[in-house]
Design a protein around this ligand. Structure first.
Ligand code: GUN
Length: 297
């Protein structure tokens, strides 16, 4: 029997409805969440992500403060803009779209963002807090994965979760979140990566497989245990002459073979992707709420 589809768009829509109520509540107290969005250069994928983020802000009543900078922007100029956003009282979250051009250090820019406005959850202070189980901003994509599991009624306690991919943005924080002593954690976690000799040996033992390797067909149906839950974080462009754009998007999981073995699976597009943006909005609203609490209003 084919796996049940976990519909990321519908799950994201539900979460956005609840966020809208929180934005309205803030408005009743005279506050509006604000997100500073910085894009350097004109990479088409980055531009389309940033456009989608700004549209989503508009729809929810979050103010976005937009900085679209030329590819030639220097690191010093970018750092000055980050500092301006750090100081701006109307901005509760700052997003600098990655990747940055080669002449700019993504590490230095990420570390220049005020950790209390780091709604991406990329700053070492937030990652350190995450590791210690302290209050922080959860990185958006791993947070989206947990929300999809929750919406699908998939509990993690006592389950074996196998993550394929060890990036700072997805694999490492997701492993931390899934092993955390918490309602959305308590899993036994294995992390596989490019130097793992036999990835299938691990994924076949998993109750939950999360593919975040950045390569199509990293996980196939024959690498899954029957009834496993398969979550696909990958977004890869593959050439397709039958499409108007000349390409189509596929994930890291071979969808057709995996859906015959898994009990639940996320599609690409329409799986984890819509949740990533939604959790960015959620962190921005949370940041505005925390600011209001600190101000005692
Ligand atoms: N580039 C790809 N994904 C992301 C993301 O979630 N945040 C930022 N800042 N850049 C990205």
């Amino acid at each position: 029997m084919a796996a049940e589809l976990l519909d990321g768009k519908a799950i994201a829509q539900d979460i956005r409805e609840r966020l809208r109520e929180r934005v309205e509540d803030l408005a009743r107290h005279g506050a509006q969440p604000g997100l500073g969005v910085v894009l350097v250069g004109e990479d088409p994928a980055s531009t389309s992500y940033v456009n989608a983020k700004e549209r989503a802000c508009d729809e929810l009543g979050i103010k976005s403060v937009d900085h679209r900078l030329p590819e030639s922007t220097s690191e010093a100029e970018l750092l000055a803009i980050v500092e301006e956003l750090n100081q701006d009282e109307t901005v509760h979250g700052i997003l600098v779209q990655l990747p940055l051009p080669d002449h700019i250090s993504a590490d230095r820019v990420t570390m220049a963002i005020d950790p209390d406005k780091d709604v991406d959850g990329f700053h070492p202070v937030n990652l350190g807090r995450l590791l210690r189980g302290q209050e922080c901003f959860w990185p958006c994509t791993p947070h989206g994965v947990l929300e999809i599991l929750r919406a699908g009624g998939v509990t993690t306690e006592g389950k074996h979760a196998v993550i394929v991919g060890r990036s700072n943005i997805v694999g490492k924080p997701l492993a931390t979140m899934l092993m955390q002593k918490s309602e959305t954690g308590n899993a036994t976690v294995t992390v596989c990566h490019t130097r793992t000799p036999n990835i299938a040996e691990h994924t076949r033992q998993a109750d939950i497989v999360i593919a975040a390797a950045g390569k199509p067909a990293t996980v196939t149906g024959e690498m899954l245990k029957p009834g496993a839950v398969a979550i696909d974080v990958g977004v890869n462009r593959v050439e397709d002459a039958t499409k108007k754009k000349g390409y189509r998007l596929v994930g890291d999981i071979d969808f057709d073979s995996a859906r015959e073995v898994a009990s639940m699976i996320t599609p690409v597009p329409g799986g984890v992707g819509p949740l990533t943006i939604t959790m960015l909005l959620a962190n921005t609203v949370l940041s505005a709420e925390r600011r209001r609490e600190r101000a005692g209003r």
